[in-house]
Design a protein around this ligand. Structure first.
Ligand SMILES: *[C@@H]1O[C@H](CO)[C@@H](O)[C@H](O)[C@H]1NC(C)=O
Length: 289
């Protein structure tokens, strides 16, 4: 064997490996910056996306693809320092007046005061299912992974792999569940100082602008919807689950315990315990879990 072919054999897997990693998180390939007149940017060879906000405008992006079920991960590093009044929204949404939506929203705060992670689930145009959390780390110091697992039976919100919220399919008791409308991924950074920080008490300090949030390591194990068809061969669990464990994923007892730890220690609002807000009675799904 010649020495040159030997070297080539060693090198090949390395080259292939590098190409795959690079394409796995290429924002140009998966997203369009949709508004903000240059305030949204794709940088570092497509590996990082940044959104910014100043007094004149915020900015936003959306996925090129629409998805109908998936496990979707994104790493975010939120606006540091005095981010009071700013909101970074990261969500899945379908279109139309009876849309479905799965939301993460990050409400900024004064330096050193905690962000609020706000979550909601809309089905067929109806939301009002807010749960809010503090985080167990500073979300502005580093990137952290925010994930949505969405399959026909449940939606699980996770932070760094730790489940923080589960919304189950409860169609059996008449609660609509998002399962027929494909959704796109959206994100935006905007000014919401009329409500975001301490209920609107703390305003955005524009001397700190521009405010910037960063994104990286997007990954979607998902069924892509195009021209009325799913990239997953069939929506039946048996055929999809061969390649896609997420399609039939449930919360095992370890996940339940980790979820409970978050809910006990970090949940600051739960619509299901807000009896005052629902004088006619809590929404039906609240009596199920
Ligand atoms: C901001 O900090 C205050 C004071 O600690 C806290 O009450 C509030 O929940 C924090 N977050 C937001 C978004 O208002």
């Amino acid at each position: 064997m010649s020495s040159s072919s030997f070297n080539f054999t060693l090198l090949m897997p390395l080259l292939v490996g590098c190409l795959m990693v690079a394409s796995a998180s290429h924002f140009n390939q998966d997203f369009d910056i949709t508004w903000g007149d240059g305030r949204g940017k794709i940088v570092n060879n497509g590996e990082v996306l940044t959104l910014s906000l100043d007094k004149a405008s915020g900015s936003g992006f959306q996925s090129k693809n629409e998805y109908l079920f998936g496990k979707i991960d994104m790493q975010l590093k939120l606006v540091p320092g005095n981010s009071a009044g700013t909101v970074t929204a990261y969500y899945l949404s379908s279109k139309g007046s009876t849309w479905d939506e799965i939301d993460f929203e990050f409400l900024g705060n004064l330096s050193g005061d905690p962000y609020i992670l706000h979550t909601n689930v809309f089905s067929q145009g109806k939301g009002n299912r807010e749960q809010q959390f503090y985080l167990w780390f500073d979300p502005t110091a580093d990137f952290h992974t925010y994930s949505i697992l969405w399959n026909p039976q449940r939606i699980i919100f996770s932070v760094d792999g730790r489940p923080i919220r589960e919304f189950k399919n409860m169609e059996s008791i008449g609660v609509p569940f998002p399962k027929n409308q494909p959704m796109r991924i959206y994100s935006s950074l905007w000014n919401a100082d009329d409500w975001a920080t301490r209920g609107g008490l703390v305003k955005t300090d524009w001397t700190q602008a521009p405010f910037t949030a960063s994104y990286r390591n997007f990954n979607a194990d998902a069924c892509v919807w195009s021209n009325g068809a799913s990239s997953c061969k069939s929506n039946t669990p048996s055929s999809a689950s061969a390649n896609n464990a997420w399609f039939s994923q449930e919360m095992d007892s370890t996940s339940q315990q980790r979820l409970q730890w978050v809910q006990k220690n970090y949940m600051i609002y739960n619509y299901c315990t807000d009896a005052k807000r629902f004088p006619q009675g809590l929404p039906p799904e609240c009596n199920m879990s």
